[in-house]
Design a protein around this ligand. Structure first.
Ligand code: GLY
Length: 254
């Protein structure tokens, strides 16, 4: 069975880290309601949702994806690029330990899960303001014995690699080509986002369905025309915190 780890939106999300967005007021109640819609979508798709309690002092802690990379064979506890986010991993170590052998990214390396895109045995790591080559080398050392190949991909103009590209079918990536070069992803097909929706490249793929935000109707139409089944959720409140669909869960085989 697939498991999704999520975490309640923190009351301090209004103080979140921001890199490419200007600060806008965040309605915590509305963000929580939208986050519940997201958890409900995961459950409707058959996942068991392990929902962690709120971390009142950790503003970005709803974005659990940035704390770990969970594979079938093991998990890597990451070292987020923003110092304010590093304490988020403590509770994630506890919840993952029963499921996986754990590796840990060691200082001074840093990497956010939002920068890690896995497609089968290929692992692409964004070189962004949050992730560095030292972390990529550590990931290579941990994961090569399990048959994974780790590649660096330069990202510009957005926070994370997965702001720019995510998987939407077995052989297809949804991409904003202005933020990451398609040549990083050998052998894949691409659907480009509608250029008027630059933040539209982030989707959660579960089986043959994606969970996708309601905010990008033009790109959604392109996805549906390509035969990709979408389940939509409202996510514009957490988008103000520079978080997207994949950021809000850690999904793995239980
Ligand atoms: N606010 C999400 C992040 O900067 O990590």
């Amino acid at each position: 069975m697939l498991i999704a780890i999520t975490r309640e939106v923190s009351r301090s999300v209004v103080n979140c880290e921001l890199t490419h967005l200007a600060r806008a007021p965040i309605d915590v109640k509305r963000a929580r309601a939208q986050h519940s819609q997201y958890e409900a979508a995961l459950k409707r798709l058959g996942l068991a949702v392990l929902s962690l309690p709120e971390e009142p002092d950790l503003a970005d802690s709803v974005f659990v994806e940035d704390t770990a990379l969970v594979l079938d064979e093991c998990a890597v506890i990451l070292r987020p690029g923003a110092e304010s986010r590093r304490p988020e991993t403590e509770s994630i170590v506890k919840i993952l330990a029963p499921y996986r052998k754990l590796f840990h990214i060691e200082a001074p390396a840093h990497v956010d899960g939002g920068d890690i895109l896995r497609v089968g045995k290929q692992i692409y790591v964004g070189l962004s303001t949050r992730s560095d080559t030292n972390a990529i080398e550590q990931l290579q050392d941990f994961l090569q014995p399990y048959g994974y190949e780790v590649h660096a991909a330069t990202v510009t103009g957005c926070l994370h690699l997965k702001s720019a590209v995510t998987q939407v079918a077995e052989d297809t990536l949804l991409i904003n080509p202005k933020w990451v070069d398609k040549n990083n992803f050998d052998g894949m097909n691409f659907i480009e986002i509608d250029p008027s929706e630059p933040y539209a490249a982030n989707a959660v793929l579960i089986g043959e369905t994606i969970i996708y935000p309601t905010s990008f109707p033009k790109t959604q139409k392109k996805l549906e025309e390509a035969g990709i089944r979408t389940v939509t959720v409202d996510a514009d409140e957490l988008a103000k915190a520079e978080g997207a669909m994949t950021c809000c869960s850690l999904i793995f085989n239980g």
